[in-house]
Design a protein around this ligand. Sequence first.
Ligand SMILES: Nc1ncnc2c1ncn2[C@@H]1O[C@H](COP(=O)(O)OP(=O)(O)O)[C@@H](O)[C@H]1O
Ligand SMILES: [Mg+2]
Length: 596
Amino acid sequence: MGRIHRLTDELANQIAAGEVVERPSSVVKELVENALDAGATRVVVDVEQGGTTLVRVCDDGEGMTPDDAVLCLERHATSKISRFTDLADLGTFGFRGEALPSIASVSRLTLRTRPRGSNEGVDVVVEGGGKPAISPSGGAVGTTIEVRDLFFNVPARRKFLKATATESAHVSDVLLGMALARYDVTFVLTRDGRPVREHLRVASRADRARGVMSSDGTSLVECRAERGAIRIEAMLAPPERARAGATGLSILVNGRPVRDRQLVRAVSQAYGSVLEAGRYPLGVVWIDVPPEVVDVNVHPQKAEVRFSDARGLFDAITRELHASLAHAFGLPSLGAHPQAPIARMPVTTLRAMDGAAREAIAAVRAVADAERALFPETNLFAGERREEQGTESAEQRIRDSEFGGGYSALRYVGQIRGTFLVCEGDDGMYVLDQHAAAERVTFERLKKSYAMRGVAMQRMLVPEVVELTPSDVALLEENAEEVSRLGVEVRAVGDSAVAVHGVPDLLVRAEPQRLVRDLVAEVSRTAGRPFRGAVDLVLATMACHGSIRAGDAISAAEVTALLRALDEVDFAGHCPHGRPLVMRMTFSELERKVGR
Ligand SMILES: Nc1ncnc2c1ncn2[C@@H]1O[C@H](COP(=O)(O)OP(=O)(O)O)[C@@H](O)[C@H]1O
Ligand SMILES: [Mg+2]
């Protein structure tokens, strides 16, 4: 007897379900995509308990004949492709014929459908991938699929489902993506019997973007561009709305919502140096390319894409969007190499500065250029824009020991470009990034306070309401305890806003809006991992807000206080985000540079 045997269909489907069905929102995604593929103009999604007990998707599409209604639950049964070459110009979301049998194998599924032009409808019921029970039914033209008790027969998977609020939030996100994909379709979402979203069909992508972004929608700038066969359409918010995570940026390629870090980067870089490192814009970008240059086949959930000329595409996106954004928001121009980590100071800024400051900057810049040529690792001024964190080389560090009397021994000379503090030490000239320095101090103080008994909170007289996505609200609720230890008190107001009742007292000058949005972004990045490990990052991001920013005026007394405070903190010569905060040029270097 051989030992090899074929997997039963049931088992094969359950294994496929592991790929296709991660959580209730994946069921919503597959069912809504099928509805759209069937030509629906109205799709109603009902979920109960975050979709864990029920997901129901009802459409007014073309429906299925009774035979098809049974066949569609079999593996690799699809009406969408019949030969390999069809994949090249796929006009549908689906094509694998895997979703329905996979979902049916891990739930209790009821399918009710009636095709257009027929009076006969049919109900098909399947429990855990067993034999389908078929019965005639009435009902409107179209299809309704009900998925109950997801993973009821796979306890190990069921255990991994998150709190209802989190699963609900994922469902809302999926629906948002679909709504952005198809402005010409009406989408309705109800949760536990209550309507929570309604996106009526509209006339354009731009209208849909404004609609789904509700209160944020008004400030969106519309961009359209074409380069060769690439078409780009975007609705993007001003740079000050940028967030610390990419959750506020939706990108669609050929009408499919995608999550692609490179694309996110290409869009972010269109803002140039006004976006601090690690911040991402808010908005929607639709990219349309000829189907043959994009492979949507990379992942069964199709969230990733692969392009044949990725570099060319990213460059086109950055430059074309930049052209529109620069005009709308008055952004400085991009450097020659938008992908390069160091952004040069725009020439216009240099011209606008007064003579002395310009010379000082130019001298420092020349030195920086020379040093960079000699030691490519050394990034003076790298703080203007760094992509990755924590990658500094040893040369960049200026250690405690090299500062004879510490920071407080430096003599403050003046501020340049509203950003840099020029100081004189015994051995040379020091240039500090005032924001990075202040941030470092705030960070260390926050850390100390957190370690002691939680960050001290200042209650707000008037709570400030911050609009967030439902998933963000859910996230804050789930992590309420940790969040309050961070000195922030928020309470949900409905499902897409929170009221901020308290902020860390070290950060009273921070804007609650930005603080909360960044907090959410940091917390969501830790999703699945213990929150504890992320505390430093969260505190670092928070510190960024309460601190003096680049461009803020600063008095000599404040500088003295800052220098003294720097001596108190555990100093590594870097701000908490890993940017170097001080640059030194010894007098001997200076003499050499000016040819003495
Ligand atoms: N809502 C629907 N309306 C009409 N037909 C549907 C619907 N959902 C599924 N079908 C049919 O069932 C088939 C199988 O669906 P699915 O398992 O999702 O695979 P795929 O979408 O990859 O073809 C589809 O190809 C389609 O013919
Ligand atoms: Mg499908």
